[in-house]
Write a protein that binds this ligand. Structure first.
Ligand SMILES: *Cc1c(COP(=O)(O)O)cnc(C)c1O
Length: 363
Protein backbone atom coordinates (compact mmCIF):
# COMPACT_ATOMS: atom_id res chain seq x y z
CA UNK A 1 0.00 0.00 0.00
CA UNK A 2 1.43 3.38 -0.95
CA UNK A 3 -0.85 5.52 1.16
CA UNK A 4 0.58 5.89 4.64
CA UNK A 5 -2.15 4.69 6.98
CA UNK A 6 -2.09 1.67 9.22
CA UNK A 7 -3.82 -0.08 12.06
CA UNK A 8 -1.40 -1.77 14.40
CA UNK A 9 -3.04 -4.54 16.38
CA UNK A 10 -1.43 -5.37 19.69
CA UNK A 11 -2.42 -8.98 20.24
CA UNK A 12 -0.75 -9.17 23.66
CA UNK A 13 -3.08 -6.35 24.80
CA UNK A 14 -6.05 -8.33 23.52
CA UNK A 15 -4.98 -11.34 25.54
CA UNK A 16 -4.45 -9.17 28.61
CA UNK A 17 -7.97 -7.74 28.26
CA UNK A 18 -9.49 -11.18 27.76
CA UNK A 19 -7.80 -12.48 30.88
CA UNK A 20 -9.03 -9.46 32.80
CA UNK A 21 -12.59 -10.25 31.69
CA UNK A 22 -12.25 -13.83 32.88
CA UNK A 23 -10.79 -12.71 36.16
CA UNK A 24 -13.56 -10.19 36.81
CA UNK A 25 -16.17 -12.77 35.90
CA UNK A 26 -14.49 -15.46 37.99
CA UNK A 27 -15.65 -17.91 35.38
CA UNK A 28 -15.48 -18.77 31.70
CA UNK A 29 -15.78 -16.15 28.99
CA UNK A 30 -16.73 -16.25 25.34
CA UNK A 31 -14.52 -13.84 23.42
CA UNK A 32 -16.98 -11.89 21.28
CA UNK A 33 -15.28 -11.56 17.91
CA UNK A 34 -18.26 -10.85 15.67
CA UNK A 35 -17.95 -8.22 12.93
CA UNK A 36 -14.39 -9.26 12.16
CA UNK A 37 -13.49 -8.89 15.84
CA UNK A 38 -14.90 -5.36 16.00
CA UNK A 39 -12.77 -4.48 12.99
CA UNK A 40 -9.52 -5.96 14.35
CA UNK A 41 -9.41 -9.17 12.28
CA UNK A 42 -11.34 -12.19 13.55
CA UNK A 43 -8.87 -14.96 12.76
CA UNK A 44 -5.82 -13.15 14.15
CA UNK A 45 -7.71 -12.21 17.31
CA UNK A 46 -9.13 -15.71 17.77
CA UNK A 47 -5.69 -17.24 17.40
CA UNK A 48 -4.13 -14.72 19.76
CA UNK A 49 -6.27 -15.93 22.65
CA UNK A 50 -6.67 -19.54 21.51
CA UNK A 51 -4.52 -20.95 24.32
CA UNK A 52 -6.62 -19.27 27.02
CA UNK A 53 -10.08 -18.78 25.46
CA UNK A 54 -13.01 -20.84 26.70
CA UNK A 55 -14.89 -20.10 23.50
CA UNK A 56 -15.94 -17.43 21.05
CA UNK A 57 -19.12 -15.69 19.97
CA UNK A 58 -19.96 -14.52 16.45
CA UNK A 59 -23.00 -13.27 14.55
CA UNK A 60 -23.30 -15.76 11.72
CA UNK A 61 -22.41 -19.15 10.33
CA UNK A 62 -20.01 -17.49 7.87
CA UNK A 63 -18.09 -15.94 10.75
CA UNK A 64 -17.98 -19.30 12.53
CA UNK A 65 -16.88 -21.14 9.38
CA UNK A 66 -13.96 -18.75 8.96
CA UNK A 67 -12.75 -19.60 12.47
CA UNK A 68 -13.12 -23.36 12.01
CA UNK A 69 -11.22 -23.15 8.71
CA UNK A 70 -8.44 -21.35 10.58
CA UNK A 71 -8.19 -24.26 12.99
CA UNK A 72 -10.13 -22.91 15.96
CA UNK A 73 -11.48 -25.86 17.95
CA UNK A 74 -13.15 -24.19 20.95
CA UNK A 75 -16.91 -23.66 21.18
CA UNK A 76 -18.27 -20.94 18.91
CA UNK A 77 -21.62 -19.45 19.86
CA UNK A 78 -23.88 -18.09 17.11
CA UNK A 79 -25.35 -15.06 18.89
CA UNK A 80 -28.31 -14.64 16.54
CA UNK A 81 -28.91 -18.34 16.20
CA UNK A 82 -29.85 -19.48 12.72
CA UNK A 83 -31.75 -17.41 10.19
CA UNK A 84 -33.11 -20.32 8.13
CA UNK A 85 -33.48 -24.03 8.71
CA UNK A 86 -31.06 -25.02 5.95
CA UNK A 87 -28.14 -23.72 8.03
CA UNK A 88 -28.65 -26.41 10.66
CA UNK A 89 -26.71 -29.17 8.92
CA UNK A 90 -23.54 -27.09 8.72
CA UNK A 91 -24.02 -25.65 12.21
CA UNK A 92 -24.12 -29.19 13.45
CA UNK A 93 -21.12 -30.22 11.33
CA UNK A 94 -19.06 -27.26 12.60
CA UNK A 95 -20.23 -28.08 16.10
CA UNK A 96 -21.35 -24.53 16.90
CA UNK A 97 -23.23 -23.51 19.99
CA UNK A 98 -26.58 -22.15 19.04
CA UNK A 99 -28.76 -19.37 20.41
CA UNK A 100 -32.47 -20.15 20.23
CA UNK A 101 -34.45 -16.95 20.48
CA UNK A 102 -37.84 -17.83 18.96
CA UNK A 103 -40.32 -20.69 19.06
CA UNK A 104 -40.10 -21.29 15.29
CA UNK A 105 -36.46 -22.16 15.82
CA UNK A 106 -37.43 -24.82 18.35
CA UNK A 107 -39.81 -26.36 15.78
CA UNK A 108 -37.18 -26.22 13.06
CA UNK A 109 -34.60 -27.81 15.31
CA UNK A 110 -36.88 -30.67 16.26
CA UNK A 111 -37.90 -31.09 12.61
CA UNK A 112 -34.33 -31.21 11.38
CA UNK A 113 -33.45 -33.86 13.94
CA UNK A 114 -30.18 -32.17 14.97
CA UNK A 115 -31.26 -30.80 18.34
CA UNK A 116 -29.76 -33.58 20.42
CA UNK A 117 -26.21 -33.05 19.16
CA UNK A 118 -26.03 -29.30 19.77
CA UNK A 119 -25.39 -27.10 22.79
CA UNK A 120 -28.41 -24.82 22.89
CA UNK A 121 -28.59 -21.40 24.50
CA UNK A 122 -32.17 -20.36 25.13
CA UNK A 123 -32.23 -16.60 24.93
CA UNK A 124 -34.72 -14.96 27.22
CA UNK A 125 -36.02 -11.47 26.60
CA UNK A 126 -35.94 -9.89 30.04
CA UNK A 127 -36.65 -6.35 28.93
CA UNK A 128 -34.46 -5.29 26.03
CA UNK A 129 -37.01 -6.49 23.46
CA UNK A 130 -34.49 -7.18 20.75
CA UNK A 131 -34.00 -10.94 20.45
CA UNK A 132 -35.32 -13.48 22.90
CA UNK A 133 -38.25 -15.53 24.09
CA UNK A 134 -40.61 -14.04 26.63
CA UNK A 135 -40.36 -15.87 29.96
CA UNK A 136 -43.64 -17.65 29.08
CA UNK A 137 -42.35 -18.80 25.68
CA UNK A 138 -39.00 -19.71 27.20
CA UNK A 139 -40.82 -22.03 29.58
CA UNK A 140 -42.55 -23.70 26.65
CA UNK A 141 -39.32 -23.91 24.64
CA UNK A 142 -37.44 -25.36 27.59
CA UNK A 143 -39.88 -28.17 28.17
CA UNK A 144 -40.04 -29.00 24.44
CA UNK A 145 -36.26 -29.06 24.10
CA UNK A 146 -35.97 -31.29 27.16
CA UNK A 147 -37.86 -33.96 25.21
CA UNK A 148 -35.18 -34.09 22.49
CA UNK A 149 -31.94 -33.51 24.35
CA UNK A 150 -30.27 -33.92 27.72
CA UNK A 151 -30.81 -31.04 30.16
CA UNK A 152 -27.07 -30.32 30.29
CA UNK A 153 -27.21 -29.33 26.62
CA UNK A 154 -29.64 -26.52 27.37
CA UNK A 155 -28.31 -23.25 28.77
CA UNK A 156 -30.03 -19.97 29.48
CA UNK A 157 -28.96 -16.49 28.52
CA UNK A 158 -30.17 -12.91 28.35
CA UNK A 159 -28.80 -9.54 27.27
CA UNK A 160 -28.92 -6.18 29.07
CA UNK A 161 -30.23 -3.00 27.49
CA UNK A 162 -28.51 -0.56 29.84
CA UNK A 163 -25.56 -2.20 31.53
CA UNK A 164 -23.46 0.74 30.30
CA UNK A 165 -25.49 3.18 32.37
CA UNK A 166 -24.31 2.78 35.93
CA UNK A 167 -27.20 4.77 37.33
CA UNK A 168 -29.93 2.72 35.65
CA UNK A 169 -31.94 0.23 37.65
CA UNK A 170 -32.89 -1.72 34.52
CA UNK A 171 -30.07 -4.20 34.78
CA UNK A 172 -31.14 -5.27 38.25
CA UNK A 173 -34.71 -5.75 37.14
CA UNK A 174 -33.67 -7.65 34.02
CA UNK A 175 -31.61 -9.97 36.22
CA UNK A 176 -34.57 -10.41 38.49
CA UNK A 177 -36.83 -11.45 35.60
CA UNK A 178 -34.14 -13.88 34.47
CA UNK A 179 -33.65 -15.45 37.87
CA UNK A 180 -37.37 -15.69 38.47
CA UNK A 181 -37.73 -17.66 35.26
CA UNK A 182 -34.86 -19.95 36.26
CA UNK A 183 -36.55 -20.56 39.61
CA UNK A 184 -39.89 -21.22 37.95
CA UNK A 185 -38.51 -23.92 35.66
CA UNK A 186 -36.05 -25.25 38.22
CA UNK A 187 -33.00 -24.33 36.15
CA UNK A 188 -29.58 -24.28 37.83
CA UNK A 189 -27.33 -25.09 34.86
CA UNK A 190 -25.09 -22.83 32.84
CA UNK A 191 -26.10 -19.25 32.14
CA UNK A 192 -24.74 -16.21 30.35
CA UNK A 193 -25.79 -12.63 30.96
CA UNK A 194 -22.86 -10.22 31.07
CA UNK A 195 -21.48 -8.10 28.22
CA UNK A 196 -18.44 -5.85 28.75
CA UNK A 197 -20.29 -3.20 30.72
CA UNK A 198 -21.85 -5.77 33.04
CA UNK A 199 -18.52 -7.54 33.54
CA UNK A 200 -16.71 -4.31 34.40
CA UNK A 201 -19.44 -3.15 36.76
CA UNK A 202 -19.84 -6.67 38.15
CA UNK A 203 -23.50 -7.03 37.44
CA UNK A 204 -23.67 -10.77 37.80
CA UNK A 205 -26.28 -13.46 38.15
CA UNK A 206 -26.45 -14.93 41.62
CA UNK A 207 -24.13 -17.79 42.59
CA UNK A 208 -26.58 -20.69 42.41
CA UNK A 209 -25.86 -21.47 38.76
CA UNK A 210 -23.43 -24.16 37.63
CA UNK A 211 -21.42 -21.53 35.80
CA UNK A 212 -21.73 -18.07 34.37
CA UNK A 213 -20.29 -17.49 30.91
CA UNK A 214 -19.37 -13.85 30.38
CA UNK A 215 -19.57 -12.41 26.86
CA UNK A 216 -16.93 -9.67 26.66
CA UNK A 217 -16.77 -7.78 23.38
CA UNK A 218 -15.70 -4.15 23.45
CA UNK A 219 -13.50 -4.48 26.52
CA UNK A 220 -11.36 -7.07 24.74
CA UNK A 221 -10.30 -4.30 22.40
CA UNK A 222 -9.43 -1.97 25.26
CA UNK A 223 -12.30 0.46 24.85
CA UNK A 224 -14.64 1.66 27.57
CA UNK A 225 -18.33 0.74 27.24
CA UNK A 226 -19.51 3.36 29.74
CA UNK A 227 -20.75 6.05 27.44
CA UNK A 228 -20.11 9.51 28.78
CA UNK A 229 -19.01 8.09 32.11
CA UNK A 230 -15.26 7.94 32.28
CA UNK A 231 -14.16 5.23 34.58
CA UNK A 232 -10.46 5.65 35.39
CA UNK A 233 -10.05 2.22 36.93
CA UNK A 234 -11.37 0.69 33.76
CA UNK A 235 -9.18 2.80 31.56
CA UNK A 236 -6.09 1.94 33.57
CA UNK A 237 -6.76 -1.75 33.50
CA UNK A 238 -7.65 -2.12 29.84
CA UNK A 239 -5.05 -1.85 27.12
CA UNK A 240 -5.79 -0.39 23.71
CA UNK A 241 -5.48 -3.02 21.02
CA UNK A 242 -5.73 -0.99 17.82
CA UNK A 243 -3.52 2.00 17.10
CA UNK A 244 -4.68 3.81 13.99
CA UNK A 245 -2.07 6.09 12.53
CA UNK A 246 -1.40 7.96 9.32
CA UNK A 247 1.14 10.49 8.13
CA UNK A 248 1.25 14.20 7.59
CA UNK A 249 1.28 14.55 3.79
CA UNK A 250 1.32 18.37 3.64
CA UNK A 251 2.16 21.18 6.04
CA UNK A 252 0.47 24.51 5.36
CA UNK A 253 0.60 27.94 6.90
CA UNK A 254 -2.66 29.84 6.97
CA UNK A 255 -3.26 33.43 7.94
CA UNK A 256 -5.76 34.92 10.36
CA UNK A 257 -9.24 34.82 8.83
CA UNK A 258 -8.49 31.98 6.39
CA UNK A 259 -10.57 28.84 6.60
CA UNK A 260 -9.76 25.24 5.82
CA UNK A 261 -11.52 22.30 4.16
CA UNK A 262 -15.12 21.65 3.15
CA UNK A 263 -17.64 23.96 4.64
CA UNK A 264 -14.81 26.24 5.80
CA UNK A 265 -15.57 24.88 9.21
CA UNK A 266 -12.41 26.10 10.92
CA UNK A 267 -11.03 29.62 10.64
CA UNK A 268 -7.60 30.64 11.87
CA UNK A 269 -7.53 33.39 14.51
CA UNK A 270 -3.89 34.13 13.77
CA UNK A 271 -1.23 32.83 11.43
CA UNK A 272 -0.83 29.15 12.12
CA UNK A 273 0.55 25.88 10.88
CA UNK A 274 -1.74 22.98 9.98
CA UNK A 275 -1.03 19.45 8.87
CA UNK A 276 -2.96 17.49 6.26
CA UNK A 277 -3.15 13.83 7.28
CA UNK A 278 -3.74 10.75 5.10
CA UNK A 279 -6.83 9.53 6.91
CA UNK A 280 -10.46 10.29 6.18
CA UNK A 281 -13.94 8.97 6.64
CA UNK A 282 -13.42 6.36 3.90
CA UNK A 283 -10.85 4.82 6.24
CA UNK A 284 -13.36 4.80 9.05
CA UNK A 285 -12.43 8.02 10.82
CA UNK A 286 -15.72 9.62 11.91
CA UNK A 287 -16.75 12.55 9.71
CA UNK A 288 -18.70 14.04 12.58
CA UNK A 289 -15.67 14.41 14.86
CA UNK A 290 -15.16 17.92 16.19
CA UNK A 291 -11.97 18.80 18.08
CA UNK A 292 -11.05 15.15 18.44
CA UNK A 293 -7.68 14.49 20.08
CA UNK A 294 -4.72 13.27 18.03
CA UNK A 295 -1.02 12.88 18.70
CA UNK A 296 1.72 14.30 16.49
CA UNK A 297 5.40 13.69 17.21
CA UNK A 298 4.60 12.68 20.76
CA UNK A 299 2.49 15.77 21.46
CA UNK A 300 -1.25 15.93 21.90
CA UNK A 301 -3.14 18.18 19.55
CA UNK A 302 -6.52 18.10 17.83
CA UNK A 303 -8.25 17.42 14.56
CA UNK A 304 -9.64 20.66 13.08
CA UNK A 305 -11.96 21.45 10.19
CA UNK A 306 -14.23 18.95 8.49
CA UNK A 307 -12.95 15.43 8.00
CA UNK A 308 -13.02 14.61 4.29
CA UNK A 309 -13.03 11.25 2.52
CA UNK A 310 -9.28 10.71 2.33
CA UNK A 311 -7.81 13.43 4.53
CA UNK A 312 -8.19 15.41 7.68
CA UNK A 313 -6.44 18.38 9.28
CA UNK A 314 -4.49 18.60 12.52
CA UNK A 315 -3.53 21.71 14.42
CA UNK A 316 0.27 22.13 14.38
CA UNK A 317 0.42 25.45 16.25
CA UNK A 318 2.46 24.07 19.11
CA UNK A 319 4.29 21.33 17.27
CA UNK A 320 7.44 22.61 15.63
CA UNK A 321 8.93 19.28 14.71
CA UNK A 322 6.07 18.18 12.45
CA UNK A 323 6.86 17.82 8.77
CA UNK A 324 5.76 15.78 5.78
CA UNK A 325 6.09 12.14 6.79
CA UNK A 326 5.55 12.69 10.54
CA UNK A 327 3.27 10.04 11.98
CA UNK A 328 -0.06 11.02 13.53
CA UNK A 329 -1.80 8.74 16.01
CA UNK A 330 -5.54 9.07 15.46
CA UNK A 331 -6.39 6.68 18.26
CA UNK A 332 -4.73 3.87 20.12
CA UNK A 333 -2.06 3.47 22.77
CA UNK A 334 -1.89 7.23 23.52
CA UNK A 335 -5.07 8.72 22.12
CA UNK A 336 -8.17 7.17 23.67
CA UNK A 337 -10.57 5.83 21.05
CA UNK A 338 -13.33 6.64 23.54
CA UNK A 339 -12.36 10.31 23.50
CA UNK A 340 -12.41 10.36 19.70
CA UNK A 341 -15.80 8.63 19.76
CA UNK A 342 -17.05 11.21 22.27
CA UNK A 343 -15.92 14.01 19.95
CA UNK A 344 -17.94 12.40 17.18
CA UNK A 345 -20.96 11.85 19.37
CA UNK A 346 -20.76 8.09 19.04
CA UNK A 347 -19.16 5.07 20.67
CA UNK A 348 -15.85 3.31 20.23
CA UNK A 349 -17.84 0.30 18.95
CA UNK A 350 -18.73 2.14 15.77
CA UNK A 351 -15.28 3.61 15.19
CA UNK A 352 -13.43 0.33 15.57
CA UNK A 353 -15.81 -1.65 13.36
CA UNK A 354 -15.58 0.91 10.58
CA UNK A 355 -11.82 0.85 10.01
CA UNK A 356 -11.04 -0.15 6.43
CA UNK A 357 -8.69 0.62 3.53
CA UNK A 358 -5.76 0.55 5.94
CA UNK A 359 -2.87 -1.81 6.32
CA UNK A 360 -3.23 -4.10 9.32
CA UNK A 361 -0.04 -4.91 11.17
CA UNK A 362 -0.15 -7.53 13.91
CA UNK A 363 2.35 -7.48 16.72
C1 LIG B 1 -22.17 -8.03 20.83
C2 LIG B 1 -22.73 -8.79 21.95
C3 LIG B 1 -22.02 -8.92 23.16
C4 LIG B 1 -20.75 -8.15 23.45
O1 LIG B 1 -21.11 -6.87 23.87
P1 LIG B 1 -20.02 -5.79 24.36
O2 LIG B 1 -20.81 -4.65 24.81
O3 LIG B 1 -19.19 -5.47 23.13
O4 LIG B 1 -19.22 -6.44 25.40
C5 LIG B 1 -22.55 -9.73 24.14
N1 LIG B 1 -23.73 -10.38 23.96
C6 LIG B 1 -24.44 -10.26 22.82
C7 LIG B 1 -25.73 -10.96 22.70
C8 LIG B 1 -23.98 -9.45 21.79
O5 LIG B 1 -24.71 -9.32 20.68
Amino acid sequence: MTRPIKAQINLAALKHNYQLAKQLNAGPALAVIKANAYGHGAVACAQAVADVADGYAVASLEEARQLREAGITQPILLLEGFFAKDELAEISKLDCWLVIHALWQVDALIDAGVGQSLQLWLKVDTGMHRLGLSPEDATVAYSRLKTITTPSHIKLMTHFANADDLSAEDTKSQLQVFEQLCDAIGFEGEVSVANSAAILSRQQPRQMFLSHWARPGLMLYGANPFYGQRSPSVELALKAVMTLSANIIAVRTISAGESIGYGSLYTAKKTMCIGVVSCGYADGYPRTAIDAPAMVAGQMTKVIGRVSMDMLFVDLQDIDSAEVGTEVELWGANVSVDAVADAANTLAYELLCNVKRVQFIYT
